[in-house]
Design a protein around this ligand. Sequence first.
Ligand code: 2IT
Length: 448
Amino acid sequence: MNAYVRGVMQRLETLYANETEYLQCVAAWLEMVEPALEQDPRYERLDLLSRMVEPERMLSFQVPWIDDRGVAHTDHGYRAQFSSAIGPYKGGLRFHPSVNAGVVKFLGFEQTYKNALSGLPIGGAAGGADFDPRGRSDREIMRFCQSFMIAMYRYIGADTDVPAGDIGVGTREIGYLYGQYKRLTGRAESGALTGKGLTYGGSKVRQEAAGFGAVYFLSRMLEHRKQTLEGKRIAVSGFGNMSWGVCRKAAELGAKVVTLSGPDGYVHDPDGVCTQEKFDYMLAMRRSGKDAVAPYAERFGVEFYAGKKPWEVPTDIVIPCATQNEIDAEDAARILANDVKYYVEAANMPTTPEALRLLRQSRTLLTAGSKAAGSGGVVVSALEMVQNSLRYSWSRKEVDRRLRSTMYDIYDVSVTEAERCGLGYDLIAGSDIAAFRKIAEAMIAQGL
Ligand code: 2IT
């Protein structure tokens, strides 16, 4: 690291000493964009980096609610409005006990650069609460979402900040959040949230988008080696929205997802998660609110491995779809020992720094980062905003076509940018630098 970059990082470490995920993602990113910084003296002269690595505004609020037994709870909510350089703040909400200020800042940072890559005019944000939806009734979820929105509604809007879903927040939660926003503001402002239901302004393919996007991106990596998805075996973690979309698109293109996982362990399905019945069962497991994957093994008569991660199953492709830092150095060593050929981050920052270093050293493994490969969800969110402002709704085919071509564009810009910086075929550095340049130019143009 050069002295300027080191100084930026030290300032952040002083300000946010305990926010480990946040410091981790910024440190990894600084390492990737350093070559671009050295090519242009303006970035340092204007101290752009200090402003790029910190949220423009950080909201932190209490979320009180009452459960079905009449017991009062006080959870904590956040919204990191990270960057408005290229458009309104935009990004997901996560409801999970692990959510804290550092997790929200990490997600907001990643989202900013993901969104810049999408080519659409959206800034970056993320939010959420440490609320645990596991085992909560539908009415409890509704009351929690309503209370969350009471705290947040003044700070969001179609031209201000547009929240969407993430872990623990799906179409149902977005519906309750949107309903409360409408009541509080008296406006049917559909562009204020994305991931809405199809009956009130949602976009077709939004639910599938995150997983579809990752597989479209992967297909270009395969093409680079003159290969296709046909007959390939894929290990996936998680069993939520992202994994579900990956299973569906992979099956459509002739590949097989052979693992799914949850906090309880993983299942190995050698026949592949590739029938409608299995896709639907994934949704049913999610709806049950139990957050466990073991029932899949029982239902389809396959093996369940309690407390284990799916990376011990040898496959051609690995796609982590669950959460941050789920792949550590030991997992990375196993992935390399299994001679996996493609590693596609779909979840946000699923790889620890040590694991990523190991994976990137391999000559035979192609690696893609989540800011590029994991952007399918927000790409269709941005398309949902377009449709809302047009007061129109595109066909499924049209949205899917736009998603696919956007993922291809992101792949192409990542390849081109890495080559331009003399880094060879490096999708992570290429995409980080491309997004960095775009935001940097927008910030310079708008003054400080
Ligand atoms: O991580 C992500 O890209 C999301 N949670 C989706 C964000 C969005 O605005 O659709």
